[in-house]
Design a protein around this ligand. Structure first.
Ligand SMILES: NC(=O)c1ccc[n+]([C@@H]2O[C@H](COP(=O)([O-])OP(=O)(O)OC[C@H]3O[C@@H](n4cnc5c(N)ncnc54)[C@H](O)[C@@H]3O)[C@@H](O)[C@H]2O)c1
Length: 422
């Protein structure tokens, strides 16, 4: 495959689709980003990135190459050689919502021609590529998947903000609905990432992605539960994890926190459980237990804040609480499913006066009742409790320790013995 002659349509220009599109441009492909959100299209055209791992300069370079354009009109992707679908797969009423996958497959179908390659990248339950995407593409194109055009699944492992394991460096799983499809999908990704790993079938690749995220969810739940127990026992969980982490085999250190957030951990394991219930009638115990424990963490954090106030003869109702970090992970502005927001809302319900600092979160206030403030000595001194929820590197930790009345650190970021830890 020679990139220079090929056109790639990347459907969905979000956290996953945009870095992929720009990497394909760098590899020499002509790329059309198809994005239904008009505001996002406008921002991209103004070189105004909304994705942390993509800088405004990256966007400018992509447009300047003459090989990147973005549109909300699928018809403009007509004539594509390779299409990658990177659209959201959320939960609606606790169940998988494949509307974006179905919508984009339906829109793409009339543009599929003999020799096209279509790859689903969205995280989803096993069977989606073959049972949902293939019939839609076949019906709209009049062609046979696997025979007239190639169809495969390649899950994304992008970790926004991770400077070591970047999109190109992270091994990419590739699969197809048959061998010729897998070869076509692998040939494409071999040109844009350092290393691809062939997987026998699309169902196995779909399950691999859910397994990776369920593994994290379960292990985080384990340390969260252990952290709550350790706190009751007066044992330092962070020191115990550090100690266990010195074992060179058979242990992998995970850290506790105020809960899990983002588009992956609170959602992907539920896709797995849903499929199990649908097809076998059985629920997946680990998935549900982990989900319950992780979802309970914001409540536990609020309980600990209440206890900290009580020890100083105060109650949450009427107290001023300063939250540091509202996004779900450090150095990111991503607010999706953020447990920090759950903490904020629970504190508001309990009558706290909630103020928050988050230099990474842009746009309008996340909730009118939460006053967004700058990290100053006065703010820290004026709050009865300062709670570190998301440990952005840009926070002035020395100032936080020296100026706060009481700090509750849910991330083990602060060094002083005076700080209370999760
Ligand atoms: N964000 C991550 O860290 C991450 C990591 C691995 C996998 N994933 C998976 O990748 C998929 C995409 O996630 P994301 O984080 O990029 O989501 P996102 O919301 O950042 O981006 C998806 C984009 O698709 C657009 N879109 C929605 N419906 C569309 C349609 N019918 N046609 C064209 N565009 C459409 C949305 O407007 C949005 O801009 C999800 O399945 C997610 O689970 C995400």
């Amino acid at each position: 495959m020679r990139a220079v002659q090929k056109t790639v349509a990347v459907v969905g220009q979000g956290y996953v689709g945009l870095p992929l599109a720009l990497q394909a441009v760098r590899a020499g492909f002509h790329v059309i980003g198809v994005e239904v959100n008009e505001e996002r299209v406008r921002r991209l055209r103004h070189h105004d990135s909304y994705v942390e791992d993509v800088s405004d300069l990256d966007l400018m370079n992509a447009f300047d190459s003459g090989r990147y354009r973005v549109t909300s009109d699928f018809a403009e992707a007509s004539g594509f050689d390779i299409a990658v679908i990177s659209v959201p797969t959320p939960l609606t009423d606790g169940e998988p919502d494949l509307n974006a996958v179905i919508g984009s497959s339906t829109s793409l179908a009339p543009l599929v021609k003999p020799g096209s390659v279509v790859v689903l990248e969205s995280t989803t339950y096993p069977g989606t590529t073959e049972d949902v995407v293939a019939p839609l593409l076949e019906e709209g194109s009049g062609l046979r998947a696997g025979e007239d055009f190639a169809l495969g699944y390649s899950p994304e492992r992008i970790d926004p903000g991770n400077a070591t394991w970047t999109f190109a460096r992270t091994p990419k799983l590739v699969s197809g609905i048959n061998e010729s499809s897998r070869i076509a999908v692998q040939e494409f990704f071999d040109m844009i990432v350092d290393h691809t790993v062939a997987v026998r079938g699309t169902r196995e690749a779909e399950l691999a992605k859910l397994l990776e995220n369920t593994f994290r969810s379960v292990n985080i739940a384990l340390v969260n539960e252990t952290a709550m127990f350790a706190a009751d026992m007066g044992i330092d969980i962070w020191e115990a994890i550090r100690a266990a982490g010195t074992k060179p085999f058979g242990f992998m250190a995970f850290t506790p926190g105020p809960g899990v957030g983002g588009h992956c951990l609170p959602i992907d394991p539920i896709y797995l459980d849903w499929l199990s219930r649908e097809r076998t009638g059985r629920s997946l115990g680990f998935v549900n237990l982990a989900n319950d424990i992780n979802r309970g963490m914001p409540g536990y954090v609020v309980q600990r804040i209440g206890e900290a106030l009580k020890s100083r003869d105060r109650v949450i109702d009427g107290s001023r609480v300063l939250l540091l970090g509202l996004s779900y992970k450090a150095n990111s502005g991503d607010m999706r499913e953020s447990p920090a927001m759950d903490v904020a809302l629970k504190l508001l319900e309990a009558g706290a006066r909630v103020r928050a600092v988050d230099p990474c979160v842009e746009g309008p206030p996340v909730d009118a009742r939460i006053e967004m403030v700058a990290l100053t000595e006065e703010e820290l001194a004026g709050a009865e409790v300062t709670v570190l929820l998301t440990d952005h590197d840009s926070f002035d930790y020395e100032l936080i320790e020296s100026a706060s009345q009481h700090v509750f650190d849910t991330r083990n970021r602060l060094v002083s013995h005076a700080v209370e830890r999760l």
